[in-house]
Design a protein around this ligand. Sequence first.
Ligand code: 3HC
Length: 307
Amino acid sequence: MELEREFERVVAADHRVEPRDWMPDGYRKTLVRQIAQHAHSEIIGMQPEGNWISRAPSLRRKAILLAKVQDEAGHGLYLYAAAETLGADRADLTDKLIEGRQKYSSIFNYPTLSFADVGVIGWLVDGAAICNQVPLCRTSYGPYARAMIRVCKEESFHQRQGYELLLTMMRGTQEQRDMVQRSVDRWWWPSLMMFGPPDTESTNTEQSMKWRIKRHTNDELRQKFVDMTVPQAEKLGVTLPDPDLKWNEERGHHDFGEIDWTEFWQVVGGDGPCNAQRIAHRRKAHEDGAWVREAAAAYAAKKEQVA
Ligand code: 3HC
């Protein structure tokens, strides 16, 4: 019908679908799914690094980390607002997260065991996020694409502060250098898992590419991240924990070892090192904030009566 043809024309022309435009139910549904889970990831992602704010080694590092964690909160709120333009209800999305009916990124279910993790998360996790989020600035849904433009600018600061923190530690004592290497060993493979399952097991990629929600596949972005990160690791002086990692002249890319997909699906399924702790923390924060929501609702109702 005419509306469907107009939708297809807008997507094919690389224009933006806007909230008031007609869109297929499936398009709306998969966008709410991806944007909500993206938002959940940002909010849960505050926990691993937030764990180190009170123990940062200097006022400068504390200020940088505070700014980064606050940015993540802002990214989450931005993305919940984008989900609401599709008719989603923010309170409902929070319930779904807390009740395990929606996902968040597997990466945030790993513990932050040393301050080097703050640097490695900035360098690898935010670096992977940038690889994944820059193409989303060209996603077909307008509010999501526009939210990504600001998010990506802030992610660049996140990645750079992490890398600079690690460069500083690598110029420090042997103990600090060893701390960085141990952190890289723990975070490298979970960072590759952030890009999602292999394309052959990705249930959403084909349709998301057709609708230009996704602009590249999981494996394409993973490969881009590996190729980008190897020279950075060399400059840093750390070893990436993959004996199969090597440049393949023919492919023009780095070959790398097999990812442990059993671990990935275990973590996605709720059985990772910190899943229960992350959700319990989010549930408690939500419950502790109930009085603020009730007061705001009472105030709004009162204002309504007076108006
Ligand atoms: N963690 C948890 N679940 C994951 C996952 C991961 N790393 N990768 C994939 N999944 C889930 C998918 O959500 C999907 O389940 P669902 O159908 O119930 O939603 C299932 O595994 C199959 O995966 P698909 O490849 O079919 O799913 P997608 O097409 O949605 O691709 C994605 C997954 C690449 C994460 C895509 O959703 C995406 O690009 N999302 C937006 C970016 C995002 O959410 N990034 C998360 C990190 S945010 C972040 O890093 C913040 C920064 O500040 C550090």
